[in-house]
Structure formats: C-alpha cells, structure tokens
Design a protein around this ligand. Sequence first.
Ligand code: AMP
Length: 338
Amino acid sequence: MNIEAVVKNYDLSKLNIVTIASHSSLQILRGAKRLGLGTIAVAKPGSGWFYRRFSFIDKVIEVDLGNMEHLAGGLVKENSILIPHGSYVEYVGWRRALNMPIPTFGNRYLIEWEANQKKKMKLLEYAGIPIPKSFNDPTQVDRPVIVKLSGAKGGRGYFIAKNANELASKLSSISMEDDYIIQEYVIGVPAYYHYFDSKVYNRVELFGMDLRYESNVDGRSFNLAEPTFVVVGNIPVVLRESLLPTVQKYGEDFSKAVAELVPPGMIGPYSLESIIRDDLTIVVFEFSGRIVAGTNVYMGVGSPYSVLYFDEPMDMGERIAHEIVNAAKRGKLINILT
Ligand code: AMP
C-alpha cells in the first residue's frame, strides 16, 4: 500500500482514529475524541457491547479479526488512522500487521523486531543500553536465569531456574522445537518507562512510568506456587529524580538505534522495561515499540511527568491525538505514519 498516496486524499478535517477494542483502546479513543477526532473501535464478536457504553466512541464495529483486512477499504474512505497496541499485534500477528492496508500511526516495521526475542535484544544492545547477560549454552549458566519462550505473551510461558542443574531439568520438559532465550535473572525492582518520540517537536519525551502487577510473583503465593509473570494490571510509580537522566538517555539512545536500524525510526509512544538493582544501575530486558497498557494508569489524569512538557496533565491517548492533530496542521502527517 502506498501510504503517502492514500493519505494525500484524506480529508484532514474528518480524520478518524481506529483501534482494536482492547488493551489501551479506551485511553486512545477518549484522547482522540477530546482533541476533536472521530473514533472507531473494532471489537471481537461478542465484546462490542462494553465499548458501546462509552459516548466518546462514535462507532463500534464487531468483526472476526481474522477478517480485519476486509474493513480496510471502508476505513480508508473514512480517513482513518490505525493506532496499534499490544492486543492488535497479538490478535492479527506481526506478518499481517506489516501488511495491513490502513495508514498506521508509528513505525509498524518495529513490530517484527518486537516479536523475535533475539532481534529484540540485538536492537537494545545496538543502542548501547545495559541488558541482561544471555546464555547460548545452558551448561555455562552460573547464576539464576529466566527462560523466555518465543511468542510468550504478557509474561505467560516464562520460567526461572536457580542454577544450571535446575535449568537442565526444566529444559528437558519443553519441546526441542521451541525457540527460547536464556537470560540472566536480574535481581532488583522492576520499572517500566513510557516515552513519546515526537516528530512535531523533534524530541523524546519521558512521559511516565509504571509497575506491573503480576501473578504469582505479586500474589499471595507464600512459596506455594512457582513464580509466574502473567500481567493482570499496572501500578503508577515515580523514580528518584537522580535516576531520570539515565532513563531519559536510554530512551534517546533507543530512538537513535531505531533510526539507524529500522527506518523510518521511532515515532510516537514506546516503552523500555527494566530492573533497577540495589546499586541503582538499570538493566533493560525488553522494549515495546508502541503504546503500552501501563500508560492506562494515567488515563484522564495525566502522568506527573507529562506536565513537564505541556504544563498540563496529559495521558498517552491525548498525547497521540495531540501529535496527529498538530502534524496534520503542519503538513507532517505522513511523517508519523507507516
Ligand atoms: P516480559 O514479558 O518480557 O515483559 O517479562 C515479564 C516479567 O518477567 C517482567 O515484568 C519482569 O518481572 C520479569 N523479567 C523478565 N526478564 C527479566 C530479567 N532478565 N530479570 C528479571 N526479571 C525479568
């Protein structure tokens, strides 16, 4: 699809924001409506009723997401911009997301990097950001490790091992065809950073941060269950101010690496996910190249960091809409779409 040609025909006074009804869609669509944009939610069959409860959503379309491509022509006629999020990637898969014939906010090519654990770590390493040590050979493991199966979602399908012996016995129970990485288990507290790379203002904004609420590591398991990392919610957090320059630097370093390796570079929201050790060093084990659900903790109130840029609280949904509206005004809409 020639996005540039499609967007040239768009009526900029009638833009619609479309997203899959899940993940951070309430925040995205509420923000879009507040900034004067039209809003469309694409819901899985049976889940539309919940989204029809909200007046800021103009239209709810229920469709089997296996057929989402069939909606594309109609959505393009309605001057639509698709906002990708974690559930979109999960439901349609990265291959279909790459080819979805709808102008998409952000850099859709990053979705492929994000889907592959090895490519993901390569990009972080290229950025020069500290990452956990990886082990190719399980017998070389000399510390606690976490094993991540490719395609594991939201922490499901991970397991930890205290040492090489425990690892060997746990690995023997998984299929040899499974693709996985063995990573140092970093001891410390988690912190997940929300950034926004603005093409309108040419800057990386540190827009917020959160913690994840994960079962069973955060549950009342009293050592009765194996640790699991299934995300069930998110919790707001702020950091010691002395850590912020490092967090900002890693965000900017990541954006530079994406500019070099994944054209057209970082656009809009992204996240780095880290563990902070007790010596206050930060180790990044993951990124998301699109809005993360942890931004939902600031829906309607804005994160404490957002006031540093706009002197008023803004949530990530509003921030995305602000970028789209202002890029359109400046004739830069094509610069924020792929
Ligand atoms: P992820 O799905 O990659 O975001 O990871 C799920 C959870 O596993 C994270 O929220 C962390 O709590 C934990 N985790 C992942 N990788 C590491 C690591 N290398 N060291 C410590 N904890 C980790």
